[in-house]
Design a protein. Structure first.
Length: 226
């Protein structure tokens, strides 16, 4: 299965499972505790949130930001996020994160539990997009699963690391999932010229990263927001 087919199935999973998305936050104390980490992170100014899901993190970002632009490719997720995050400072956009390009720059680019869903072959393009979205002095702030989450049903021998997930109706979907620890993430970003600090919190990776000096070119506003 190539990247495009796997990513299409991944998107189908999140579109079909929007109503079940919040369940882990209700069932796992460490996820509820992890939400509070936003209060300790350099989330400031105009914030771009990638893969906002149902808005679990969006509300906390809005409490610290001048504005939040939150993107997700699943309309059902965005509907739940809009109901949860009602602040006038928040704007939602439905967009494919692998095709969308930032029409402007932001002080903070935030993404939670998204980086591990990016296929390795697309990682360079992803970080280039993040760099292009950051204003001078801006930072990328992210949260993601650590190796402990590898208790998922990992599909062995696949060209793209992936897991099998099931929804309540019995449907099954293959989803990209690349498990990395804090050291691996730090080393990868350093090799790309980023300055990064990644630590482990409640078994998850929490990172703050700054792009290489002079990188990232903000596209013309005519490019649109997707």
């Amino acid at each position: 299965m190539n990247d495009d087919a796997l990513l299409a199935e991944q998107l189908a999973y999140y579109r079909a499972g929007a109503a079940e998305y919040d369940r882990p936050y209700a069932e796992r104390a460490h996820l509820r505790e992890l939400l509070t980490v936003v209060d300790e992170l350099p989330v400031t100014g105009d914030v771009l949130e990638l893969a906002c899901g149902t808005g679990q993190w969006t509300t906390r970002l809005a409490a610290r930001a001048r504005s939040v632009t939150a993107l997700d490719a699943a309309a059902g997720m965005l509907a739940l996020a809009r109901a949860r995050a009602t602040s006038p400072r928040v704007r939602f956009i439905e967009a494919d994160l692998f095709a969308w390009r930032p029409p402007r720059r932001y002080d903070t680019v935030f993404f939670a539990f998204w980086l591990s869903h990016v296929p390795p072959a697309r990682l360079t393009a992803f970080w280039d997009t993040v760099a292009a979205a950051l204003a001078p002095g801006g930072r990328a702030v992210f949260v993601d699963d650590g190796p402990a989450a590898a208790e998922e049903e990992v599909l062995a021998g696949r060209p793209v690391p992936s897991v099998l997930r099931r929804l309540d109706d019995g449907s099954r979907y293959r989803v990209v999932k690349v498990f990395r620890d804090a050291r691996t993430l730090t080393d990868d970003l350093s090799a790309r010229g980023w300055s990064a600090r990644v630590r482990t919190v409640s078994g998850c990776c929490v990172g703050v990263a700054e792009p290489p000096p002079g990188t990232g070119t903000c596209p013309d506003a005519a490019a649109g927001s997707g």
